[in-house]
Design a protein around this ligand. Structure first.
Ligand code: ATP
Ligand code: MG
Length: 576
């Protein structure tokens, strides 16, 4: 191992992460290129989002891979906006993408590029192809082009415009550029091979007419290059050595290489494909995510139920938990779906180490301790985080009237119900053992509105003086000291594992109607009054929660549940 690589390896915090990087097939390709000196041992990658939506967890995989691979090899990674389709692109997306990449912990330094920066050059390359007799202006409609293309089993048919002279093509292309023709009336096509077994090689369109305002070039252009043409040239112009993209571009690779070779580009960028990330119970297509936002099925791109980076951030995910997830899923050559519980496992593991513990009651039920003196307040010292010896302790006030969770009391308990029930004892976490002696019901509804208990005066701290067993321990908050908060609980956005998989069902119909539950007047221990947006806590027995970054105010706190405590991934992994 050379010293530089060794340094990087030492920086990594888990051996697992190291193994992943060294076992991934992209690193193998890079090693091979280094051996043959294909790129002079240089590694330069790029992350090329189209600014037509917010980034999602699938993009995070690509970001971690592109920046990670560059970093591991002492190379560089560019951020390039692939902004060749002005009809869908917007500066709002450009800004959010930069913020998200930075938040994830990656830096492109001064290497921020736009495909639109190359519009002049791309135009010149198109002219060069025409001059070489390798591109022509075609007047067929989109529909006709599709028909002429043929199928996987049948060769395509040549366009009647295929053999226009270079002069005519140059003239027509110039007039396309000058805005003389209507949208869709003509295109520029590469002249390759209508009989190629690869459909992408059957004279692909490389320029189209689109009279649209571009977020950067304004009205300068009314013709725009297609992705397949713009991408290899942009890569090569930036000196990208390895152009890492998702598997659906595998069949485009011969075309990618055709542009690089035919135009004799200086940097002979190598395209490498990897499997895109699919997660169950969510969708990853930007078109679908946009629909959810535009039609109001969610509250915005950063809705905590969204698989977007901004949604995950608002939900309480940390950059390191997302990077950890991306490292654990690895990089493969075949598509598969990752269980969303693995993502949840990653944040749960991190927050278990980091999050301060607190007591919060989400669905309050009053508990009155009949034999506890009125007006007395005791303070119990509890640990901030038993996983972190340096986290210290805090004091939690205790008094005669408390709140407990509604479902921690049951009037007619089933067997093995170890929480509170008539005549039964339970431990109030860190405080005393109490025994239920009575309940008070609402006259009209019959709903239980108060539970009355007596406490064992000798059980301070929660230990029975005679050593008797008290199985259940529940959390509580003192009524007089409690602060109110709104708490938002989340479930999967969709109620089927693979939404949209069945073409006959609209994915909108598969939305989970219970994906958001809002609880008002939850009761929190008083120390949480100073919680700031983004702060994260473990509410005992309930999960990990963060202060909402948008809606929470000093006098009306709003918490999001990031994840519950139940680790379904650990169970799956155990069985496996
Ligand atoms: P969509 O198909 O939803 O429009 P896209 O792939 O076109 O998404 P881009 O903005 O072009 O979105 O993606 C930027 C980069 O992120 C590309 O290199 C793409 O391959 C990669 N990427 C997008 N989605 C995923 C995913 N689910 N897993 C891994 N990489 C992804
Ligand atoms: Mg794309």
């Amino acid at each position: 191992m050379d010293a530089q690589v060794e340094g990087k390896v030492n920086e990594l915090n888990s051996t697992e992460e190291v193994e992943k990087i060294y076992s991934n097939f992209i690193q193998d390709i890079i090693n091979e290129d280094n051996e043959t000196n294909r790129f002079g041992r240089k590694v330069h990658t790029r992350f090329p989002p189209e600014p037509n939506g917010y980034l999602h967890i699938g993009h995070a995989k690509s970001i971690c891979l592109n920046f990670g691979i560059a970093d591991q090899n002492g190379g560089l990674c560019n951020l390039r906006f692939d902004d060749t389709n002005p009809s869908k692109e917007d500066t709002e997306y450009v800004e959010s993408i930069q913020a998200d990449v930075k938040w994830l912990g990656f830096d492109w330094d001064d290497r921020l590029f736009y495909a639109s920066d190359y519009f002049d050059k791309l135009y010149d390359y198109a002219i060069r192809l025409i001059e070489m007799g390798k591109a022509y202006v075609c007047d067929l409609s989109a529909e006709e082009i599709r028909k002429y293309r043929g199928t996987l089993t049948e060769p395509g048919k040549e366009s009647p415009y295929r053999n226009r002279s270079v002069e005519e093509n140059l003239d027509l292309f110039l007039r396309m550029k000058n805005g003389e023709f209507e949208d869709g009336s003509r295109v520029l096509r590469a002249k390759i091979d209508m009989a190629s077994p690869n459909l992408n090689m059957r004279d692909p369109v490389i320029y189209r007419i689109m009279k649209a305002n571009h977020h950067r070039s304004g009205d300068k252009w009314c013709i725009y290059p297609m992705y397949d043409f713009a991408h290899p040239i942009s890569d090569s112009l930036e000196g990208i050595t390895h152009s890492i993209c998702t598997l659906e571009f595998e069949d485009h690779r011969p075309l990618y290489n055709w542009f690089i070779d035919t135009l004799d580009m200086e940097c002979k960028t190598r395209q490498i494909e990897f499997a895109r990330l699919n997660l169950n119970y969510t969708v990853m297509s930007k078109r679908k995510l946009l629909k959810l936002v535009q039609e109001g099925y969610v509250r915005g791109w950063d809705d905590p139920r969204m698989p977007t980076i901004s949604g995950l951030r608002r939900r309480g995910y940390t950059p390191s938990s997302i990077r950890d997830f991306c490292s654990r899923i690895g990089v493969a050559k075949s598509n598969s779906t990752v269980d969303i519980s693995l993502l949840e496992h990653c944040i749960r593991e991190e927050l278990n180490q980091k999050a301060t513990r607190a007591m919060a009651v989400l669905r309050p039920l009053k508990l009155v301790i009949d034999n506890y003196p009125e007006g007395v307040v005791e303070e119990f010292e509890v640990q901030n985080n038993p996983e972190d010896p340096d986290s210290g302790t805090r004091k939690v006030p205790f008094s005669r009237v408390l709140y407990i969770e509604k479902d921690d009391f049951c009037e007619n308990p089933p067997k093995k119900y170890f929480r509170l029930a008539p005549g039964q004892e339970v431990r109030l976490k860190g405080a005393y053992i109490v025994k239920c002696v009575d309940v008070v019901k609402d006259d009209k509804t019959g709903e239980i509105i108060e539970v009355h208990c007596t406490y064992d005066t000798e059980s301070r701290g929660g230990n029975a003086p005679d050593g008797r067993k008290v199985k259940g321990t529940i959390h509580w908050v003192s009524e007089a000291h409690a602060i109110d908060a709104e708490v938002r609980l989340y479930d999967h956005l969709f109620n089927v594992p693979n939404p949209g998989a069945d073409e006959n069902i609209d994915f909108i119909d598969q939305l989970n109607p219970n994906s958001l539950e809002i609880l008002h007047s939850c009761k929190l221990e008083p120390g949480l009054a100073n919680a700031k947006p983004g702060d994260m806590f473990q509410f005992l027995r309930l999960g990990y929660f963060c202060v909402d970054s948008e809606d929470s105010k000093a006098d009306s706190l709003v918490f999001n549940r990031t994840v519950s405590l139940k680790d379904t991934w650990a169970k799956i992994a155990d069985k496996g």
